[in-house]
Design a protein. Structure first.
Length: 239
């Protein structure tokens, strides 16, 4: 069974997600005790996609998150590097445009989206700074960036329990429900290696975004990061 390594080579990551595509959403529901659905609703509220807006949903997987952005008339493009995920997404959601899209080299013109969002995928990007730069490029001036990612619990005793769950319980549970439990060993390792909320916020700021802020969910297990692409009126403002 395939798993990616922490150097996050795109082919390894794509192949790993190919292996889990068919049961990915079910496995996530089990491993997060259903919290993944709550986190998706929060992301949809943060994206706040409106009529006529273009939304790029990166690491879209099977399109479960992408569907929530269409409810108020937005046009959604679902991007992923896993051909297995893209195929599963097209089967489930034929009205959404699924496109192969590497976050480090997006196949879109400059300033072509009102919103770029990525949930639980930015930590799998080989070069996060390059990915953020590409997201900035394809956003229109004033466009919104919404990133949802696992983060660092804010209550220290809980953080210890959480990390033990990641490294011990998560792979064991995944073995019972996932088509590729080895993938979830990598996912646990990648979550532990990911920077905390403040450090990642500084990385987003350093990529050229304005008004960077974040909101903790479930005690900091997950953080939703918000930012704007500067426009002519804000590019000189303090970040």
């Amino acid at each position: 069974m395939n798993r990616a390594q922490l150097d996050k080579q795109p082919d390894d990551v794509a192949s790993m997600f190919d292996d889990v595509a068919s049961r990915y959403d079910l496995t996530n529901d089990v491993l997060t005790f259903g919290l993944a659905r709550t986190w998706r609703r929060t992301v949809a509220h943060s994206v706040a996609a409106g009529p006529g807006e273009r939304v790029l949903d990166l690491a879209a997987g099977t399109g479960t998150s992408s569907m929530t952005f269409t409810h108020h008339g937005a046009e959604v493009v679902a991007g992923d590097i896993s051909k297995g995920m893209l195929a599963e997404g097209r089967r489930r959601h034929p009205k959404i445009d699924f496109i192969y899209a590497d976050a480090m080299d997006l196949p879109f013109s400059d300033a072509s989206f009102d919103v770029v969002t990525i949930s639980f995928g930015i930590r799998n990007v080989n070069d996060v700074d390059a990915g953020l730069s590409e997201m900035l490029r394809v956003l229109r001036p004033g466009g919104r960036l919404i990133i949802c990612e696992f983060s660092t619990p804010t209550f220290d005793p809980f953080s210890v329990v959480y990390k033990e769950y990641l490294m011990r319980a998560l792979p064991a549970v995944a073995k019972a429900v996932s088509s590729n439990p080895e993938a979830y060993v990598y996912l646990a390792e990648s979550i532990r290696a990911w920077p905390d909320q403040d450090e990642f916020a500084q990385q987003i700021l350093g990529a050229g975004f304005d008004q960077v802020k974040h909101r903790n969910l479930t005690g900091g297990i997950v953080a939703v990061h918000h930012a704007l692409k500067p426009d002519a009126h804000t590019s000189g403002a303090e970040r």
